[in-house]
Design a protein around this ligand. Structure first.
Ligand SMILES: [Zn+2]
Length: 367
């Protein structure tokens, strides 16, 4: 393992891999630590799904080199027990200092490529599995569901079932639907109902849909994930969806992708070009200021920039558990934020998520 001195980089290898609880965070009197970004897998849905009719409908799998596929196979052996059950997961949560995981489906289980009827069944199976996990440890888990977005009217029905019957706090949406932008008119009923219900939309990519140039070095995750989020958020803003549904609660994964760190370019374009201003009524970055971003950016200075631009009230602690591209030590990252008082750090550790999702106030951490 290289140190930052050896590799000369911004990031010290292993910084996000050590699961050591920051001292002094256990026990009563502290804020509840909430992980907004962590995943679960339904084995039943995986078994029933089969494979996409066209391989490019699974861009993360399709646009990957043989070297990447070999690493993924090895990683899958390590992560599968954590993804499908709660025993290892709870031990890991304790080691990371996480009280509550807000479980969302693994991005490989969107199944948007499945034909409509199967897609609806798979979404129900995934959501029922998450509901069972939450019911097994209601003090430690909350749920976000998935929707069969390839069948928008069924997606609205499943959204209602997720919230009203299963008690989920929102749903996870991929940043595109089989290459279609989320801003396309057929998806507006989903946004309309989500706004009415007041629930969270967690936007999470699964590779860049046009990933032909991103096959090597896991680029379709490393670059493709934040890129797809960037494209999705840009369309939601510039196509006027966020003007139509101003009450949407959106959290974008991985620090919101590249866009929140470089929003000034779209603001400039909106100012100087009519074709960039035809649908979005306000300065593009003003829409980002209403969104939420997780802490999965690995670098305290990058996180500090997001806090400075969008306010600590809009930052939610996340891990991307249990994947290797996640941050297994998020409390340490928050601890490194210079110039942020404890109250603001507590908001990021869990206070913001608690308010946004209506979670219990008491820390549920196991001694
Ligand atoms: Zn993730």
């Amino acid at each position: 393992m290289m140190s930052s001195l050896e590799n000369g980089g911004l990031y010290k290898c292993g910084d996000s891999g050590r699961r050591t609880v920051v001292s002094g965070t256990r026990g009563g009197g502290r804020t509840t630590h909430v992980d907004i970004h962590c995943h679960a897998v339904s084995p039943a849905a995986a078994k029933a799904a089969g494979t996409p009719a066209r391989p490019e409908m699974d861009p993360m799998g399709h646009y990957s080199s043989e070297e990447t596929r070999a690493v993924n196979r090895h990683q899958a052996q390590l992560t599968l027990p954590k993804l499908i059950s709660t025993s290892e997961r709870l031990a890991d949560m304790d080691a990371m200092g996480i009280d509550v995981q807000v479980l969302s489906p693994s991005p490989g289980q969107y199944f948007y490529w499945a034909e409509s009827e199967l897609g609806v069944q798979l979404a129900e199976t995934v959501n029922d599995h998450i509901a069972e996990m939450v019911a097994s440890e209601p003090d430690r888990f909350a749920g976000l569901g998935t929707l069969p977005m390839q069948h928008p009217s069924a997606a609205v029905e499943e959204l209602e079932r997720c919230v009203v019957e299963l008690g989920f706090r929102g749903v996870e949406l991929c940043t595109n639907v089989n290459g279609e932008e989320l801003s396309a008119p057929q998806f507006h009923p989903v946004f309309s109902r989500a706004q009415e219900l007041g629930v969270l939309l967690f936007l999470h990519p699964t590779g860049f849909s046009e990933g032909r140039r991103l096959s090597s070095h896991y680029f379709n995750n490393v670059i493709g994930n934040p890129l797809d989020t960037t494209v999705a958020l840009s369309h939601l803003i510039f196509d006027g969806v966020l003007d139509q549904y101003p009450g949407l609660k959106i959290c974008a994964a991985h620090g919101g992708g590249f866009l929140p760190s470089y929003a000034s370019r779209m603001d400039h374009a909106w100012c100087v070009r009519p074709d960039c201003r035809s649908k979005a009524k306000h300065m593009p970055s003003s829409y980002l200021k209403k969104m939420y971003f997780d802490t999965v950016v690995f670098d305290p200075e990058n996180l500090d920039f997001l806090i400075h631009q969008y306010g600590h009230e809009h930052i939610l602690m996340g891990t991307d558990y249990p994947f290797d591209m996640g941050d297994a030590n998020p409390l340490a990252l928050i601890e490194k934020l210079a110039g942020l008082d404890e109250e603001a750090k507590d908001a990021i550790r869990g206070g913001n998520a608690r308010k946004l999702l209506g979670l219990p106030l008491k820390p549920a951490f196991r001694a």
